[in-house]
Design a protein around this ligand. Structure first.
Ligand SMILES: [Mg+2]
Length: 117
């Protein structure tokens, strides 16, 4: 499924469950919604980081290996992060897929010296 369709699905969900988020009548409303997304995104990155921290601690102290349920929890947090990225993109009125492709091209030029031959 392409990213613009995912953005549409997320906006439909947000309008249905959190209509107040999309009641934007002023710049202050816009910044307030953007602030909410930033805080939520940071929270999800924190959740992912905390799992990584605990896995690192467990592997360092007890050894063993990363289990399937560890990967499931990591994947869940990455998905939560992605959801808030979709919401941020919707709020900013951008096509995330197009923006990604433009940025990928920019990064190809920027990091061209690192390209393996
Ligand atoms: Mg989460």
């Amino acid at each position: 499924m392409d990213i613009s369709r995912l953005q549409e699905l997320q906006k439909e969900f947000d309008l249905e469950y959190f209509p107040g988020f999309w009641r934007i009548d002023s710049d202050a409303d816009f910044i307030n919604s953007l602030k909410h997304v930033c805080i939520a995104l940071a929270g999800e990155v924190g959740e992912l980081s905390n799992i990584v921290k605990k896995l690192d601690r467990r592997l360092m102290n007890l050894g063993g290996s990363i289990r399937d349920d560890d990967l499931d929890r990591l994947r869940e947090e990455v998905t939560d992060i992605f959801i808030y990225v979709l919401i941020a993109a919707n709020l900013l009125g951008m096509d995330l897929g197009d923006a990604y492709l433009r940025r990928l091209e920019y990064n190809r030029r920027r990091f061209s010296e690192f390209k393996s031959l």
